[in-house]
Write a protein that binds this ligand. Structure first.
Ligand SMILES: NC(=O)c1ccc[n+]([C@@H]2O[C@H](COP(=O)([O-])OP(=O)(O)OC[C@H]3O[C@@H](n4cnc5c(N)ncnc54)[C@H](O)[C@@H]3O)[C@@H](O)[C@H]2O)c1
Length: 472
């Protein structure tokens, strides 16, 4: 079967390439001619580990092609996947204009039965709307050819997208007839060969499942972030609390990390879209509102800690802060709604200079972060730290994990270290000479590491009782 994947962004390019890897003939189509020209030259418009090699391999094998030509692409394919962006409208709703455009283009060019499979994240009712648009288009052309519209939401994670696509936890197919369901199952059968991970359901439930998953994951993050603030105030350690919680199999360890808040192209907009859909049917969603409110506050947390620290260290005005990591998470160049952006704005507003570094997101950040003389684009983490009064770790790239912190401390002006991801051992960082601050854990100052460590008192065992007594 010939597959057309419409939209060659993070979802479309990855899924289309994975389909080709499984032996299907795939056309990737985009209205962005620059992107298509890059892909035709063998360059990738996005960063995703392992994707460049896989695209090259399948292009070379003649299974993967790229085009901007709707007419030719729709006519020569059997199944059209929609993988275009559904960003947030000003009122919080999902902006479906691109999905509608795609539906109109398919209707304009199809000349026989087509299966339309929607992978974009869309509110309940969108498949029905796509069907109506195509029907109207066909009517205008005087055609009565049949077609089906199926919902097949995508669950891949940027940074690990190929793995998610090749070995999905589950494939959700929302179809309203058996033929369409069977066709989509057939396409995915090669990805679920060792055990069946295909879940079929009605179209509305499939559309809602995608939002439900993202909202649940975001809620776990906001829950831990809210708890982290309380931990700091009452003297608990959120990393220890996490271990105690995660050991409960009903809870599990995943998505229980306190940090600088969630960002990216999905969680923030999807929570707002779900709220907007609920509001459309006069249903209140206070829990979803709280998930977002906590996240907005959390994105300010690291900046607030830096501002508070420098209020007793000569003020932040004119100070230089290194920021490690600009992408919203590691292994991607995606900076949409990235917490680093909030921090940069906060620090610049307080009069600081920033020294920014990310292993792969520099190009994207340079296009959309403020460009003033107070912003320095560093060539690596050491360059960012050079002359800095403090470092803020925002994105936990692996290459930041094991560094020579004596060298890093040696090139800095100051000694603040603000760890937005609780990546480092606080006492060790203090021993390297840093005043260390994490999220939801007690700060440890360099001065404490040198003078404040009280030795363990010698203890003696009282053999007559089970009590242990300090030696007198
Ligand atoms: N990025 C993720 O991690 C992820 C994961 C799961 C689901 N999703 C969902 O998948 C959808 C796509 O997300 P993305 O991150 O790949 O978006 P993206 O912005 O990276 O890519 C979308 C692509 O669609 C193209 N496009 C827009 N209108 C078009 C049209 N009329 N015809 C052809 N191409 C068109 C754009 O030029 C762009 O290249 C969204 O609904 C998103 O919520 C994203």
């Amino acid at each position: 079967m010939k597959l057309l994947v419409i939209g060659t962004g993070y979802v479309g390019l990855v899924t289309g390439t994975c389909f080709a890897e499984m032996g299907h003939e795939v056309i990737g189509l985009d209205i962005n001619s620059e992107k298509i020209a890059m892909l035709q030259r063998g360059e990738l418009p996005i960063y995703e580990p392992g994707l460049a090699e896989m695209v090259a391999r399948n292009v070379q094998a003649g299974r993967l092609h790229f085009t901007t030509d709707y007419a030719e692409a729709v006519r020569s394919s059997d199944i059209c996947f929609i993988a275009v962006d559904t960003p947030q409208s000003p009122n919080g709703e999902a902006d479906l204009s691109r999905v509608r455009q795609v539906a109109a283009s398919i209707g304009e060019h199809m000349d026989g039965y087509r299966l339309i499979v929607n992978k974009s994240t869309v509110p309940v009712g969108t498949a029905a709307e796509v069907r109506t648009i195509i029907q109207e288009s066909l009517k205008k052309r005087g055609l009565s050819t049949g077609f089906d519209v199926v919902s097949n939401p995508e669950f891949l994670k940027e940074g690990d997208a190929i793995n998610d696509c090749m070995k999905p936890d589950r494939v959700i197919i929302g179809a309203d007839n058996a033929r369409a369901e069977r066709l989509v199952k057939e396409i995915y059968s090669s990805f679920t060969i060792n055990h069946d991970r295909i879940i079929t359901m009605d179209v509305a439930s499939a559309e809602l499942t995608k939002y439900a998953c993202n909202a649940m994951l975001a809620a776990r993050i906001s829950f831990m972030n809210e708890l982290s603030g309380l931990c700091e105030l009452v003297g608990a350690d959120v990393t220890q609390v996490r271990q105690g919680m995660g050991a409960d199999r009903r809870i599990g360890y995943k998505f229980l990390y306190a940090g600088v808040g969630f960002g990216g192209a999905c969680f923030p907009k999807d929570i707002r879209a779900l709220q907007a859909q609920a509001s459309d049917v006069n249903y209140t969603t206070p829990l979803l509102g709280a998930v977002e409110t906590v996240n907005i506050r959390q994105k300010q947390t690291l900046g607030n800690k830096i501002i508070a620290y420098f209020s007793s260290h000569g003020g932040l005005e004119g100070k230089s802060i290194a920021i490690w990591g600009l992408a919203f998470k590691p292994n991607t160049d995606d900076i949409r709604e990235a917490p680093a952006r909030v921090l940069v704005d906060q620090l610049l507003k307080a009069g600081a200079h920033v020294r920014l570094f990310d292993p792969v997101a520099m190009k994207n950040a340079q296009k959309s972060f403020p460009s003033t003389s107070a912003v320095h684009w560093a060539k690596d983490e050491l360059d960012a730290a050079t002359g800095a009064d403090a470092i803020a770790l925002v994105t936990e790239w692996r290459q930041f994990r094991f560094l020579n912190f004596d060298t890093i401390k040696g090139v800095m002006e100051g000694q603040g270290f603000f760890d937005g991801r609780n990546q480092y051992a606080p006492d060790e960082m203090a021993r390297h000479g840093f005043d260390y601050f994490g999220i939801g854990i007690a700060p440890v100052l360099a001065a404490d590491a040198v003078t404040g460590e009280s030795p363990m008192p010698d203890i003696q065992i009282d053999a007559t009782s089970s009590k242990t007594l300090p030696k007198t």
